[in-house]
Design a protein around this ligand. Structure first.
Ligand code: AMP
Ligand code: MG
Length: 482
């Protein structure tokens, strides 16, 4: 059966410093739970002639496709600020697939058994968290935010032991690569300049061919990553996404969002929002995400120092200057993003105050972040008394006054708002509802939320409850690595 795999496994050909050659550990009784047909077709893969049983074998790794050369990748990372040797402890890259348009994607199984990097872990993953990654990553894609994707989830037919016994599962993750800031940290820590240069060349070849001939590739790569990560975090802020575990191993060099562990979307606007059960100090709170992005980029810059300039002092000075350009860049991109959310064209000195005053009002009144912008677009499903508040009405008058100075029609302004303000985000209570049902073999709510989140900017019918924040007062909590 020709599925259309076109493997060109370049990472597997790097020296053993970079990876361990290893196959997924076969599982007992794999059963396909969800398969992403439209992603398969984007990848020019055709599974339509393959029955479910065979698909289960493929996406569990029990049967590997021809041309696969599976490896676990080595990497390190700062976890909550502490440097640790990590690596794919429960994942294998089965190969790099090339589409007809010559775009390359890593195909990776997550939860596929122990590797040399497993430390004390069992190499496995539970069904709930893998389905959660599937929903949120596909939602991010629907929101037009760079992200790894999810091609399939299978149940392994084996239980895994966490606090209780849980159903085991494997997720097939698709990424434009899995090179992380932590990959550079791992190689840099080995202090072999030739290995570092190999990783730099690999990265540029894969992601940034435009700087192949530059005079200072390392510095240009740093610059490009500052830009990409800045764009990424601005996008997260736009939709109220909280990654939850922005360790340097969870920051890609491609600029894609990766590692959907304790992430969640904010309902009520509060800059200090944290969902992750282990983030006691709020290191990865909503408002800290830009600060941490810069911190992680500084760790990346440190790795590149030996390649930036032979004179270490000079190299550090140059890299520091670049890193310090982050704030200004972020501030500018953030304010433009907020202008877009408010449908504002052009620049006005007072825009920043207009924006901050709205956010302060939302915070004080515990307004829903997403729905406040829906309200401004006249698309809030709930007639909310909150927006009759005097302060809000005053603010709205200022906004309308500013909008009237737009050098564009109100139609254009609305179009801009519609492109930047989702009507639908993965509401925590709806995600939980879908996961609970899926764990009991009912995939209806799971498929429904996926369908809605494919088009988060569009009005849709039959979506009652999908725009509402949770009514429970209980704080929503998320968990890592389960
Ligand atoms: P994460 O929190 O998913 O970023 O994972 C951090 C590190 O822990 C990575 O090196 C993972 O591969 C590893 N890890 C997480 N869960 C497991 C597990 N069950 N078995 C082995 N390694 C794991
Ligand atoms: Mg990770």
């Amino acid at each position: 059966m020709n599925i259309g795999w076109q493997f060109d496994n370049t990472y597997a050909n790097l020296s053993d410093a970079f990876k361990e050659k290893i196959k997924p550990t076969p599982v007992n009784n794999p059963e396909l739970i969800i398969f992403n047909k439209s992603l398969a077709s984007e990848l020019n893969l055709d599974f339509s002639k393959i029955d479910k049983k065979e698909l289960s074998k493929i996406f569990s790794g029990n049967v590997l496709p021809n041309g696969s050369n599976s490896i676990a990748q080595a990497y390190a990372g700062h976890q909550f600020g502490h440097f640790t040797m990590l690596g794919d402890g429960r994942a294998v890259l089965i190969g790099e697939h090339k589409t007809k348009a010559n775009k390359k994607y890593d195909i990776q199984f997550k939860g596929s058994g122990k590797t040399a990097f497993s430390r004390n872990g069992d190499g496995r993953a539970a069904l709930g968290p893998m389905l959660r990654e599937y929903i949120i990553s596909e939602a991010m894609n629907g929101l037009n935010i760079p992200t790894t994707r999810s091609l399939a989830v299978v149940k392994t037919g084996e239980n895994i032991q966490r606090e209780t016994a849980l159903q085991g599962a494997i997720l097939t993750r698709v990424a434009s690569s899995h090179i992380r800031v932590g990959t550079f940290q791992y190689i840099a820590a080995r202090k072999k300049k030739d290995e570092l240069k190999t990783l730099l060349d690999f990265t540029i070849n894969r992601h940034y061919p435009e700087i192949k001939d530059s005079n200072n590739q390392a510095l240009d790569l740093l610059n490009l990553l500052i830009d990409r990560q800045c764009n990424l975090v601005v996008n997260w802020m736009r939709v109220g996404f909280i990654h939850g575990v922005m360790n340097t191993d969870n920051m890609t060099i491609s600029g894609e969002t990766i590692d959907y562990g304790p992430c969640a979307f904010m309902d009520t606007y509060d800059p200090k929002t944290v969902f992750s059960s282990i983030d006691q100090t709020g290191r990865y709170a909503y408002c800290n995400q830009p600060v941490i992005t810069k911190w992680n980029l500084a760790r990346f810059a440190e790795c590149l120092v030996p390649l930036i300039n032979k004179d270490q002092e000079k190299a550090i000075k140059i890299a520091t200057e670049k890193i310090n350009s982050f704030e200004k860049k972020y501030e500018e991109k953030w304010i433009n993003m907020m202008r877009d959310k408010l449908g504002l064209f052009g620049l006005d000195d007072k825009d920043k105050f207009l924006i901050l005053d709205l956010l302060t009002w939302m915070h004080e009144k515990k307004a829903d972040y997403t729905n406040t912008f829906c309200h401004l677009m006249n698309l809030n499903p709930k007639k909310d008394g909150l927006y009759s508040d005097k302060d809000f009405i005053n603010w709205k008058e200022r906004w309308e006054d500013r909008s009237s100075k737009n050098n564009a029609t109100s139609k254009k302004s609305m179009e801009l708002m519609r492109k930047n303000n989702p009507l639908f985000i993965p509401r925590n209570h709806k995600v939980e509802e879908a996961l609970e049902a899926a764990e009991q073999n009912d995939l209806k709510p799971f498929n429904k939320i996926l369908e809605i989140l494919k088009k988060p900017y569009d009005e849709q019918i039959g979506t009652d409850g999908y725009q509402s924040p949770s009514i429970s007062d209980e704080k929503y909590q998320t968990f890592c690595g389960t």
